[in-house]
Design a protein around this ligand. Sequence first.
Ligand code: GLC
Length: 446
Amino acid sequence: MTTQQPLPPHWRWFPEARFGMFIHWGPYAQYGRGEQVLFREHLDQNEYEQRACTWDPQGFDAVHWAQVAKDAGMKYAVLTTRHHDGYCLWDSKLTDYTSVQQAPKRDFVAEYVEAFRAAGLKVGLYYSLADWRIPAYWNGPSGDPDGWAAFREYVHGQVRELLSHYGKIDVIWFDGAWPQTAPEWHSAELVDMIRSLQPDILINNRLGVDDAAADVPGAAVPSTGRSRNLGDYGTPEHEIKAEDRLWESCQVTTWRLWGYTHGERWRPADVLLDMLVEAAGKGGNLLLNVGPDAAGRLPAEFEDRVAQLGAWLDVHGEAIYGVEAGDVCEFVTYGRQSRKGNNLYLIVRFWDNNGEVNLGGLATKVKRAVLLTTGEEVPFTQTEDHVLIHGLPLTPPTDLFPVIKLECDGPPQPRPWAKERLWQGDPRRMVAWAEARGRGVETIYD
Ligand code: GLC
């Protein structure tokens, strides 16, 4: 379910974009066991800090990262400026635990913002509210009211820095609100400050749950720390689930972890593309993650896969960028759909090599069918219940998903019987169909 409310003009780029790059990078990359190694393995904080302070990633090249994102057909990116370990990739004046004051002597956020902006990409900054180094974070407002107030001021101050010194920022992506609530983080005040600094920015929803008690009395604060009232868009994680506002699914390209991981297993390009198609087809975005290595290089496996997606998008991009939720007809036996204006895009995952695709349930008249993959118009016949597209290549015209564009004489609509999917709706709508089909085998019940 998505609500298509008119969006303010400065946010329209977001549903148009549909595809972005999430970058989890920091000193934790040296361990090669994800971004949460400090906490998950209960490492010694001093040893971790020493290693963080001598971390000097010579291979970091923001211009190359931006080129990879652009060639992948991504339209924006979100970089971890600070993850839960507290190390800052920018020139924060509020701590010396930064890439400028420690070994690299570089402002990685500045380099990233400049390179991505120069490549024509929208720029997002991830910022973790949590900072595992700070006892007051763990103590919370009830355990250490003064310490908590000072820590919260530090957090707000760092957000102010990030949104004051790097020009126009398109997205601020919070995380790590657990275990505190939005009121405890003063998130409403944070949002006001952000809007005054960056009026056009999009703010994600991980600003802390609005009220832990109101969610489930006595229950623990959900770890995602998502606010229902604050923020401009939803952030389903490891799942592609439509929300009734702008939303973006963040997903790993690997098995589980976000930061660089030795020996990670990589999802193949078609699985990644399927996630993009599913998100766009449900009316949302895909923020696809990469964890660059300790030297700052993008893993070759990532570059290889997203280059394949970029090549596919060069040809089939109109079925992804700016599309609306497209689940017009039942199409699960072939693949997925997306929709824009009068066009319905059939994104075929299963090419059965008989030269035909048969779409059931479309009520709108089709004027023209084009196999986007080759650019060729393809013949079709339309009956009351079916559009039979024929004359298709007998072998798949791409290693990824071929796309057939149906140009209709109005916004594509389903037949009344096809409005619901198989396990939805009033089953009696199919009685006539079952009666007609059942006749040939009636005798077995005699
Ligand atoms: C979770 C994880 C965090 C990661 C984030 C990405 O919140 O705790 O490590 O950065 O997901 O969405």
